[in-house]
Design a protein around this ligand. Structure first.
Ligand code: XMP
Length: 470
């Protein structure tokens, strides 16, 4: 017997009696793994045209999370994670510093590489001797000058255990942007910045770890260096590791999941995938996965189903996998195929806690993809991670692994419309989700999936659903 497989455009959600009137009545808290939750159930895809530092920061600031892709050397991937961890912090425990004998050229280069607007100047014994900011450098023409001759020497400081209110008071009273925290002996112990304090007010629902730093995830593969990579990422403070391969129901994915959990235990919140069947999810959960990523071939840049004939339409895949993950209390991420807020709402209604998004976010300002103008319209480049272009680059970076290049490309590269700021795209998706929850009388995600009744739609039903206006 051949089963039916359905995807987002084949169904609609049937409206239910509702007492939900305003967005205040709706809670979208979602679990990514057994232990980690976020307020905006959207994850940016671990793809090299979607998530590096800038995107991951924007995602976490707005309540979601980004997963840094793995097409980077271990050092570079760790650096992307470290930049997010430092991007917003109530107290930066280990601020970037420069030496007073640095040249301005070195200081500028250092500040650019770390994406910071100023650095604390400390001597060999970590004693604070000054501060240098882009303001100090603005009119300096001679880059051979030394930092000690240009830096601001009189620095307002706080004590290491200063309260946030006191810190805000000092930042305000002295009209300063950075407040280094130093011991009585003058040794640097931390930093509070005006930018971070303001962000705390601007983004009350941002995704933060226990130390008040933005959350970020990172993807790893199933190669020989995976444990080393995972270890380095965890040391840099990564919150989630995603074991990500095209076919997650592969013994290498199961073994890798086991090895990571055996070595790092609870310290490592681990999502494994991608899968499209309950059996695959069960095997990965038995191996230790704390979250499961679902999606074989629904992505906008994917050609897996065309090239291999393999896959499960995404809505059915989510519903099938949910049948086991619900019993085992493991959340799933619906990965791929989200083209609008209606698709997103359907994925969550079907029981996914979060959705991973590639193409919609690839068009945002914060994605690493190249910006292009064509015939007066703006685009950004987007490519599948199994596309010929991405795979050949990977071969250049790390030799492509033992298997070399035996697989046929299973993705395409192309362009997507430019969509402006990530926050705008997230707002639109969340507005659609909240309205959908209100139509179904749901105050939270668990009520949403409980109240969800899908109705199958004919092609003319779909035609009727879409606008017929120009
Ligand atoms: P969307 O539809 O949001 O999907 O662009 C993003 C997801 O697509 C997957 N992905 C691929 N799948 N070949 C595939 O079959 C590829 O080259 C490829 N690249 C990305 C991935 O799961 C991503 O999160």
């Amino acid at each position: 017997m051949i089963r039916d497989g359905l995807t987002f455009n084949d169904v609609l959600l049937v409206p239910k009696k509702s007492e939900v009137f305003s967005r205040k009545d709706i809670d979208t808290k979602a679990y990514l793994t057994r232990l980690v939750s976020i307020h905006v159930p959207i994850v940016s895809a671990n793809m090299d045209s979607v998530t590096e530092f800038q995107m991951a920061r924007a995602m976490a600031e707005n309540g979601g999370i980004g997963i840094i892709h793995r097409f980077l050397s271990i050092e570079d991937q760790v650096e992307e994670v470290a930049k997010v961890k430092r991007a917003e912090n109530t107290v930066i425990e280990d601020p970037y510093t420069v030496h007073p004998d640095y040249t301005l050229f070195d200081a500028r280069r250092f500040m650019e590489s770390k994406s910071i607007s100023g650095a604390i100047v400390v001597d060999d014994k970590k004693k604070l001797v000054g501060i240098i900011t882009s303001r100090d450098l603005l009119f300096e023409q001679d880059d051979r000058k030394l930092v000690k001759n240009v830096m601001t020497q009189k620095v307002i400081t706080g004590e290491p255990r200063i309260s946030l209110d006191k810190a805000i008071d000092l930042l305000h009273t002295h009209r300063i942007e950075k407040l280094p925290l130093v011991t009585k002996a003058g040794t640097l112990r931390g930093l509070i910045t005006l930018k971070d304090v303001l962000k705390r007010i601007k983004y009350p629902h941002s995704s933060k770890d226990k130390k008040g730093r933005l959350m970020v995830g990172a993807a790893v593969g199933v190669k020989d260096d995976t444990l080393k990579r995972t270890d380095a990422l965890l040391r840099a403070g990564v919150d989630i590791i995603v074991v990500d391969i095209a076919h997650g129901h592969n013994t290498r994915a199961i073994t890798t999941t086991k090895q990571i959990k055996r070595k790092f235990g609870k310290k490592c919140q681990l999502i494994a995938g991608n899968v499209a069947t309950p059996r695959a999810a069960e095997d990965l959960i038995k191996a230790g996965a704390d979250g499961i990523k679902v999606g074989i071939g629904p992505g906008a840049a994917c050609t897996t189903r065309i090239v291999t004939g393999v896959g499960v339409p995404q809505l059915t895949a989510i519903q099938d996998v949910i049948s086991v993950t619900k019993k085992l209390k493991i959340p799933i991420i619906a990965d791929g195929g989200i083209g609008n807020s209606g698709d997103f709402a359907k994925a969550i209604a079907a029981g996914a806690q979060t959705a991973m998004i590639g193409s919609l976010l690839a068009g945002c300002e914060e994605s690493p993809g190249e910006y292009v103008m064509e015939n007066g319209s703006a685009y950004k480049h987007y490519r599948g991670m199994a596309s010929y272009e991405a795979s050949s680059e990977k071969v250049r970076i790390d030799g492509g692994g033992k298997d070399g290049f035996w697989r046929a490309p299973e993705g395409r590269s192309g362009k997507v419309p430019y969509r402006g700021k990530t926050s705008g795209v997230l707002n639109d998706l969340m507005a659609g989700l909240r309205s959908s929850m209100s139509y179904l009388g749901a105050h939270n995600l668990s009520e949403f999936s409980k109240n969800a009744e899908f109705i199958k739609m004919s092609p003319s039903g779909m035609k009727e659903s879409d606008t017929r206006l120009d």
